[in-house]
Design a protein around this ligand. Structure first.
Ligand code: C2E
Ligand code: CA
Ligand code: CA
Length: 428
């Protein structure tokens, strides 16, 4: 059934603005002759060079093996086929790295396509550009191809290599020079669009490298005594900011601060933390400590004792990143949390992906039945916002509302964005 169809000379135009896949080889894997013809037509319109065809996964592998010396730019495969199906073919392509890019299409349940998307989440180099429901539209196919062109290793020039991780010596020096500062990301009440609180997220104001995110330093601090000093330094700055905002006449805000696993299990650290807050005059109810379930599980009994002490003193406690890791209903119910933060993996795109939606709904149910506030992380689109609002989520945090910002920008942001947020919440 394999076929090789060169594109017509007329369609193979080369201009300065030509897409980077111009003239490249593509393999279409689809058992229905009609559907395959339709896909070939779309790919011709997009100026692919050579369009190969196969009727199922086995045949596709034979084609790819014979072309091994000249790699295929794209495999476009159907999911349901006799012989080797699209899931098995995807596994083979992933293991053997037989094609640079892959797009999977299906006419069936989007849950099946989600399995493929999840494989790509576990493997950054997989090359999956995305999945599409039939009938495939030229526009959505083009969008996915453009995504591939922007990827490192795609047609675009390779991205800059990641910055090296800081050493402990550098971090100790940065701490004494007070180079770590908190940025603040708003948390918005979904019912009325009001600012309810902010999360403090650490940034390193590096004298040469600019502003660095926690990805450059948190892992190095984890497991080292320096983490205690780092957290206390950040908390100190947070306390000063809270007092400053109060003087500005800002409505009362809660500020959430991330605690590491070591922080949470260390009784001496918790004593120092509470002493710092008491000395500042800030009310404990203005602060929420965020911990992940992995942190709690690391040293369960110490963590539970310390969480109990913090709650007794009047602080809020949030379970961060709920849904990933071992998060379980049982575990959540036995800890004195006041807030449940649902990880962005179950928030982004929940409207399209049934499995994400299922986790999102059960997390919200759990929070609601235990009477704790629910917060959705990583809200990026109006579609995410609407779904969450319809499901009764209390608060939203994410780029749709605001990115983390320096403390000085918060007052201006509130003034500027108040109307937009109220309109989003449908109040106005
Ligand atoms: P996290 O606590 O889950 O914080 C949320 C992260 O998601 C932040 O990344 C934030 O910038 C990012 N984010 C917020 N909204 C969106 C969105 O709509 N889309 C996407 N894609 N991302 C969004 P950031 O600031 O890089 O922090 C990463 C992680 O580093 C935090 O994850 C937290 O685990 C850790 N971290 C940050 N500050 C501290 C700290 O002071 N102490 C400790 N122990 N960990 C910290
Ligand atoms: Ca957090
Ligand atoms: Ca989180």
């Amino acid at each position: 059934m394999m076929n090789t169809l060169p594109t017509s000379a007329a369609s193979a135009t080369t201009t300065a603005a030509a897409p980077c896949w111009n003239g490249r080889r593509v393999l279409v894997v689809e058992d229905s002759v009609v559907q395959r013809g339709y896909l070939v037509g779309l790919l011709r319109q997009l100026n692919f060079g050579q369009i190969l065809e196969a009727g199922d996964g086995n045949e596709a592998l034979r084609v790819l093996e014979t072309c091994a010396e000249k790699p295929i730019y794209l495999v476009l495969t159907d999911l349901e086929m006799p012989g080797m199906d699209g899931i098995e073919l995807t596994c083979q392509l992933r293991e053997r790295r037989l094609a640079e890019n892959l797009i999977v299409i299906s006419a069936r349940d989007p849950r099946l396509l989600e399995i493929i998307e999840n494989m790509a989440c576990e493997d950054d180099d997989f090359g999956l550009l995305g999945t599409l429901l039939k009938p495939v539209q030229l526009e959505s196919l083009t969008q996915l191809l453009c995504k591939g062109a922007d990827r490192p290793g795609g047609c675009a020039p390779a991205a800059a290599p990641p910055l090296p991780q800081a050493t402990l010596e550098e971090l100790a020096q940065a701490l004494t020079r007070r180079e770590f500062v908190p940025y603040f990301q708003p948390k918005i009440a979904m019912q009325n669009g009001h600012l309810k609180g902010v999360e403090a997220l650490a940034r390193w104001k590096h004298p040469q490298r600019g502003t660095l995110s926690p990805a450059h330093f948190i892992d190095t601090l984890e497991g080292h005594p320096l983490m205690a000093d780092f957290t206390l330094e950040l908390v100190q700055q947070v306390l000063e900011r809270i007092l400053g905002w109060q003087q500005h006449g800002l409505p009362p805000l809660t500020v959430s601060v991330n605690l590491s696993a070591d922080n949470l299990a260390d009784r001496g650290f918790i004593d120092r933390l509470m002493a710092r807050v008491a000395a500042s005059g800030v009310a404990p109810a203005s602060l929420v400590w965020e911990v992940t379930e992995t942190s709690v599980m690391r040293q369960l009994s110490q963590a539970l004792t310390n969480m109990g002490r913090l709650r007794l003193a009047g602080y809020g406690l949030a379970m961060d990143d709920f849904g990933i890791g071992y998060s379980s209903m049982q575990q959540f119910a036995r800890c004195p949390f006041t807030e449940l933060k649902i990880d962005r993996a179950f928030v982004n795109g929940a409207a399209q992906w049934p499995n994400r939606l299922m986790v999102l709904k059960s997390a919200l149910d759990l929070g609601q039945s235990l009477g704790v506030a629910t917060v959705a992380e990583g809200v990026e689109t109006v579609e995410d916002w609407k779904l969450l609002r319809d499901l009764g989520c209390d608060m939203a945090q994410g780029y749709l509302l605001a990115k983390p910002m320096p403390a000085e920008e918060l007052v201006g942001w509130i003034r500027q964005d108040r109307r937009r947020l109220r309109a989003l919440a449908g109040v106005e």
